[in-house]
Ligand binder design. Structure first.
Ligand code: NAD
Length: 345
């Protein structure tokens, strides 16, 4: 099997090379992202492997089909960059539903602690032998309330971590997990109650039509003054302009962003030495109470190994049996993992 691997980074190769070699798969790595202009590169390949910022829209899907490509293997969980309605019945779409919820949840907590204990400031100060504590006052997490939107794999690990800190959790999910609400330290509530009573908000839901800009001018206005916003999920869950305005007005006390609405133009690339064209991103980064990481929450050795192993297994299963449980289906407006093994059925 031949695999065209788009948006390849040096850290992708060791784990993918190892699993591909074991299973007789040939991989050609392309540094470029997949989009309408680069789809041509997939000529002669059985499948393409893509990541979060590759574009798999209707035009790309049509071109891949014309080129004889049979599958799009996402090496990630989220699939908001794939036109699933258009893909259904035309090309197989596989994903890695879980690779390390710990990687992302632990990164969310790392961002939170860095931000509220001013570790990013301290690191720079002490390197310059500046041992002043002025402006470094933080706050205890113990006893604070965190609003967790999305109580799936990552959200639940994040909740466990928060409970270790003695925090209370207000949770919201479109599909609440039975038995998770203990009526005390974890309570499922409606979104308005969550926004009104949380000291910290952490987003762990997928990007869908329902969740697009779930953090916006109106919801931010309903939050506590000084609320800390953490987004390690998908950029467009947050209206970045509204967030910036709320930071300027001091409504938002801090923001921890591993993802950004327009990240595909910048994230994963080195733009040092360039003038950043995105004023909103530049202004956010300039804020002392904003921490931006460039979609690195997933980036642990464990996650990379699991991503490569599952992606290769997905492709082998599909090509050998015609079925793969990690195939995404789009039926009746809802996208879900394949339950039938007959996604083209
Ligand atoms: P998951 O599918 O296990 O959990 C998602 C949860 O969101 C589910 O419980 C689901 O019911 C809930 N949900 C769906 N629609 C909702 C809505 N409208 N409102 C509230 N909740 C809703 O997924 P996961 O593995 O926990 O991943 C969560 C998200 O994290 C992914 O969708 C992805 O966008 C993001 N992610 C980011 C990184 C990173 O590196 N930053 C890595 C992996 C995943």
């Amino acid at each position: 099997m031949n695999l065209a691997f788009f948006d390849a980074k040096p850290y992708d190769k060791p784990s993918f090379d190892a699993f591909a070699a074991e299973n007789g798969i040939t991989i050609k790595y392309f540094e470029t992202k997949l989009n309408e202009d680069t789809a041509e590169l997939a000529h002669g390949f059985d499948a393409v492997c893509v990541f979060v910022n590759d574009t798999v829209n209707a035009a790309v899907i049509d071109r891949l089909c014309e080129l004889g490509v049979r599958a799009v293997a996402l090496r990630c969980a989220g699939f908001n960059n794939v036109d699933m309605k258009h893909a259904f019945g035309r090309i197989h779409v596989l994903r890695v539903p879980a690779y390390s919820p710990y990687a992302v949840a632990e990164h969310a907590m790392a961002l939170l602690l860095t931000s509220i204990r001013r570790i990013h400031k301290a690191f720079i100060r002490t390197r310059d032998y500046n041992f002043s504590l002025a402006g470094m006052t933080g706050f205890d997490l113990h006893g604070k309330t965190v609003g967790v939107i999305g109580t799936g794999r990552i959200g639940r690990v994040f909740m466990d971590i928060c409970r270790g800190f003695g925090m209370k959790i207000l949770a919201y999910d479109k599909y609440p997990v039975p038995g998770l609400d203990n009526g005390d330290t974890i309570r499922y509530v409606e979104l308005d109650e969550l926004f009104a009573n949380s000291d910290i908000l952490s987003l762990h839901c997928p990007l869908t039509e329902d969740t697009y800009h779930i953090i916006n001018e109106e919801t931010l206005a309903s939050c506590k003054r000084g609320v800390v916003v953490i987004n390690t999920s998908r950029g467009a869950l947050v209206d970045a302009e509204a967030l910036l305005a709320a930071i300027k007005s001091r409504k938002v006390g801090a923001a921890c962003l591993d993802v950004y609405e327009e990240e595909s133009d910048f994230f994963f690339e080195d733009y040092s030495g360039h003038i950043l064209d995105d004023d909103t991103l530049a202004r956010l980064i300039s804020m002392p109470n904003v921490i931006v990481t460039s979609h690195q929450a997933f980036l642990t050795e464990e996650a990379l190994t699991n991503i490569a192993a599952t992606t290769i297994r997905n492709l082998l299963e599909l090509f050998e049996t015609g079925e793969c449980p990690n195939e995404l289906c789009h039926r009746g407006g809802d996208t879900q993992d394949c339950k039938t093994g007959k996604c083209f059925g």
